[in-house]
Each structure stands twice: as structure tokens, then as C-alpha cells.
Design a protein around this ligand. Structure first.
Ligand code: SF4
Length: 315
């Protein structure tokens, strides 16, 4: 797989672009995730023409449509930022990004819970950075996160799963359009989708089943939309347990009574959140190899991202 293209707030890469001339280097993003990702850096404040260093800014007014204002001289930067952002998000279309990682809490780049100050100077954490808002409105289904949220193992896992899946889907889009390619992609991703949303899994199954009756362009469009919506929903121990039990069903004939008991115990311990998902997953992977199970062998769910990222390791 080629590297995954992700947009990122420039300061997270260690570039000295912050208002005070500093940076906010995030080692996980550069050193670990960076091995699989090609970053497209975006610093809204510098790219819209402001200097380094510069006066710091904050959001103020109505949290739904705040103004971006400098702290000391009270210059209103809203129009300048919005008109730059609207052009920049269109320009980014050519990059085919699989997602964006924003700098948290920034009045330009923060994607949620950014402070918005009222006329008394009191903040409420209800704002979205000016650039982040424009980006999210332009790409509503694209995976987005901020570096703070990515410290949470579950959010990190979900984001990484989404960007890897979107990248694999983009590779399908690069090939000649055919119903067979959509069906093949769906076949390999069935269990992954099920782990996010049984409802979407059903919808996609129905869509693929009537693929012959749908114009090709429409099939791709509909499939992509449902796929992205499904992956926005987080996996849970309950949903994963459902998928693990489903996979175990493929070994009904092969497993001895002892092996079945062991497998059920491991799945139950995972369901109760005593052990991480990687444990039942390793056991099932072992059976898939041992019994050469053809359907499960091709399931992305069993290996959705590189082991080195150490996901599925948390309880
Ligand atoms: S938070 Fe955004 S605007 Fe501020 S320095 Fe980082 S990239 Fe630039």
C-alpha cells in the first residue's frame, strides 16, 4: 500500500509556525503514524498571510458563528481567514486526503470544544476553529481528529482504522470501474463493517446484492457514502463480541471441545473488558491459519492495520 495522505496542522510536525514562534511537535504522529502516512501540512494563520511571531487570537461572540479577533489590538481576522479557508479546502481536493489531524484548542485549527469568549471575557468551550469548520463542512465524511483526542486509545484505533479503510477504497477507485471490484472490496470488509454497525452492514449487503441493477457511478457513490457513515460509528466490546462469535462459527467442525471452551472463555473475558481485543483476535487468527479458513483468511477485520501501531491492545 502506498502511504496514506493526511492533512495535518503544521505545528504538530514540529514546524515553528505558532504565534509565539514555537511548535507543538507530536512524536506519535511524526515517528509512529508517520511511517505509514504522507502529511500535507496546513497552517491557516501563516498561510492566510500572518507573520511568525504574531499577536495571539481567540474566538469571541456567538459560539455558533464567532469572530476571530486578536487579543491586544482587537483586529478582526474573520473575513480574511474564512475567504482563505474556502479557497484552501477546494485546493486540497487534488491531494485526495484520507483524513485530517487538527491541533486541538486552536481558534483556527481546533475541531471541537474551542473556547469562545463572551463580552464579559468569559469562555465557553463550544467553538470550532475557523479553518477546521470550513474543512469539515467541505468534507463531511472524511475522518478528522485532533492530536489530543488521538491520545485516547479507542479514538486512535477508530481513526486509524478509518483512514486505512478509506485508503484501500481509494485504491479501488483508481482501478477501472467495475461491479466486481466493489463486490470484492465489500467481501473483504464485511466483518470490519459489521464491527462498526450491523445496520450499515445490512444496508451495504443489500446494495451489493442488487449491484447489477444500479448504474455503476451511483453504485460507487452510494457504497462510499454508506461505508464512511458506518466507519464513523465506533466499535464496542458488544459489537466485536458479535463478530468474534460469528467467526468462531466457521470452525464448528474443526475445533475440539477443549478448543471451543478456550475460545469461548477468551471471547467472554474480552466482552467483560478483562482483556484486550488483540487476545481473542490472535487466537482466531491462529485457527484461521491452522485450518486454512478461506473466507476468514481474506477478512481485513483480522488485520486492519500494521501490528506496529499496537492498536487493539487496550481494555
Ligand atoms: S494551531 Fe493551526 S494556526 Fe496555529 S500554529 Fe498550529 S497549524 Fe498554525
Amino acid at each position: 500500500m502506498e502511504k496514506i495522505k493526511l492533512g495535518i496542522s503544521t505545528c504538530l510536525l514540529g514546524e515553528n509556525v505558532r504565534y509565539d514562534g514555537g511548535h507543538k511537535l507530536d512524536r506519535f504522529l511524526t515517528d509512529t503514524l508517520g511511517q505509514y502516512v504522507e502529511y500535507v501540512p496546513v497552517c491557516p494563520e501563516v498561510e492566510c498571510g500572518l507573520s511568525i511571531p504574531r499577536e495571539s487570537m481567540h474566538l469571541e461572540g456567538d459560539p455558533e458563528s464567532p469572530r476571530l479577533v486578536t487579543l491586544r489590538t482587537k483586529q478582526d481576522m474573520t473575513d480574511r481567514m474564512v475567504s482563505w479557508a474556502q479557497k484552501r479546502v477546494v485546493e486540497l481536493e487534488k491531494e485526495e486526503l484520507c483524513g485530517f489531524i487538527f491541533k486541538s484548542d486552536s481558534p483556527s485549527s481546533g475541531m471541537e470544544r474551542v473556547k469562545v469568549y463572551n463580552e464579559k471575557g468569559m469562555p465557553v468551550k463550544k467553538g470550532v476553529g475557523m479553518y477546521a469548520k470550513t474543512f469539515i463542512e467541505h468534507y463531511p465524511l472524511l475522518p478528522v481528529e485532533d492530536e489530543g483526542r488521538l491520545h485516547d486509545p479507542k479514538l486512535r484505533e477508530n481513526f486509524i482504522e478509518r483512514i486505512f479503510t478509506l485508503k484501500r477504497w481509494r485504491e479501488v477507485l483508481m482501478r477501472k470501474e467495475s461491479r466486481g471490484n466493489v463486490v470484492d472490496f465489500h467481501t473483504c470488509h464485511k466483518l470490519l463493517i459489521l464491527s462498526h454497525s450491523p445496520k450499515h452492514s445490512q444496508l451495504m449487503g443489500k446494495l451489493v446484492a442488487r449491484a447489477k441493477d444500479i448504474p455503476l457511478k451511483e453504485l460507487y457513490q452510494q457504497y462510499q457514502t454508506i461505508l464512511m457513515e458506518a466507519l464513523q460509528l465506533k466499535t464496542t466490546p458488544k459489537k466485536n463480541t458479535n463478530v468474534l462469535m460469528h467467526m468462531m462459527g466457521y470452525f464448528r467442525e474443526e475445533l475440539s471441545a477443549d478448543e471451543k471452551k478456550e475460545c469461548l472463555e477468551v471471547i467472554e473475558n474480552y466482552r467483560r473488558e478483562y482483556i484486550p481485543l488483540i487476545v481473542p483476535m490472535t487466537l482466531i487468527n491462529h485457527y484461521v491459519r491452522k485450518y486454512d479458513q478461506p473466507y476468514l483468511k481474506q477478512q481485513v477485520y483480522l488485520n486492519p492495520h500494521p501490528l506496529e501501531l499496537q492498536l487493539r491492545n487496550h481494555v
